[in-house]
Design a protein around this ligand. Structure first.
Ligand SMILES: *Cc1c(COP(=O)(O)O)cnc(C)c1O
Length: 350
């Protein structure tokens, strides 16, 4: 009898642990997975309600072309500079499959999005983690020396919320021989984007998602922008029909409704500033965030105990039992009302 049905790399990996997902309708304040607290664009919901059944009978466009053209229009980028994924997570996976193998490294600064490591273990490819410096300074020299086939940089980063200065990214891209993937999952809440760099550098991919800024985490839709030559290898590796017809149609309407997305982002950013101030008044250390969450360290109380105490009150925040993060919490910015309930409960728990 075989000792295992699985590849050794699969036996060895632990697998990704997503944030807790209570059933919709459960009375819970969910501030643990950085979803947008506002509903998706009414125009996108209208498309969903009036969907033609013929779209479901047929196979969808292999490249989600309507959606690609909407991105092209909004960003002023030719459509062949765009690849669409079933969530940006799928594109991360496609990049790893296309660019790495056992002896080709995946490099990223930590702490960051935990999925990078899981995807590397799956391939398998060697993951080389380089710790951020003080105040989350980008360790450019170490990242370059690590010689990754792919280097991942999340900006804004999770769970810290900080952004990487464009000039640091430029310097990194110049010195790297491999691909630099800039994961902009939270860019809709930030002041600056690295998108213009894709025209300057043949090795830069900028990754975006509709899960955060566009309130469509359940739809599973992401995209990446890079020059067509860099995308060519990715197109070979992706599933042939990776985007379903519903996601393509709803996502197209959401993309074209930039006014709605920007208005929701404006509210989230205003609430983020207020939440950070209120948490500081409670004695928390709050890291400067350009995303829709804040990383905080409680003054004296134990972070895990606070996480559990909040959970008992029906409020979910994210706690990472990891070196460097075990004394901190990551809290998604909710609606004004949700944030007030959170603050009241934190005050009473402390
Ligand atoms: C949420 C998130 C993603 C995943 O987005 P999906 O499009 O929902 O797969 C990617 N990167 C980072 C850093 C994220 O926080």
């Amino acid at each position: 009898m075989a000792s295992s049905y699985f590849r050794p790399s699969v036996d060895a990996m632990t697998g990704y642990t997503p944030g807790e997902q209570p059933k919709p309708g459960t009375k819970i304040i969910k501030l643990n997975t950085n979803e947008n607290p506002y509903p998706p664009s009414p125009k996108a919901l209208e498309v969903l309600r009036t969907l033609d059944s013929e779209w479901l009978r047929r196979y969808p466009s292999p490249y989600a072309d309507d959606f690609r053209h909407s991105i092209s229009k909004v960003f002023g980028i030719p459509h062949d500079w765009i690849i669409v994924g079933n969530g940006s997570d799928e594109i991360l996976n496609v990049v790893i499959r296309a660019c790495t193998e056992v002896k080709r490294k995946i490099v990223y600064p930590t702490p960051t999005y935990v999925l990078y490591r899981t995807l590397a273990e799956m391939q398998p490819a060697q993951a080389l983690e380089v710790p951020y410096g003080n105040d989350f300074a980008l360790p450019i020299e170490q990242l370059v020396n690590a010689q990754g086939a792919v280097t991942f940089i999340a900006s804004p980063n999770s769970p810290s919320g900080h952004t990487i200065p464009i000039n640091d990214l430029r310097q990194l891209a110049t010195q790297l021989s491999g691909v630099l993937l800039i994961d902009e999952a939270y860019v809709d809440f930030a002041e600056e984007s690295a998108l213009p760099l894709v025209k300057e550098f043949p090795n830069i991919i900028v990754l975006r998602t509709l899960s955060k800024g566009y309130s469509l985490a359940g739809l599973r839709l992401g995209f990446a922008i890079a020059n067509p030559q860099l995308l060519s290898g990715l197109f070979k590796v992706k599933d042939s029909y990776n985007i379903d017809a519903i996601a393509c149609a709803v996502g197209t309407a959401a993309m074209l409704d930039q006014d709605y997305k920007n208005e929701c982002a404006r509210k989230v950013k205003a609430s983020r500033v207020k939440l950070a101030e209120n948490l500081e008044q409670l004695g928390f250390q709050v890291w400067k965030s350009q995303a829709n969450f804040v990383l905080v360290q409680p003054p004296t109380a134990n972070a895990e105990a606070l996480y559990l105490g909040l959970k008992e009150k029906g409020i979910l925040v994210r706690y990472f039992k990891q070196p460097g993060l075990a004394d901190k919490l990551r809290i998604t910015v909710g609606t004004e009302e949700q944030n007030q309930i959170l603050l009241m409960n934190l005050a009473s728990l402390m």
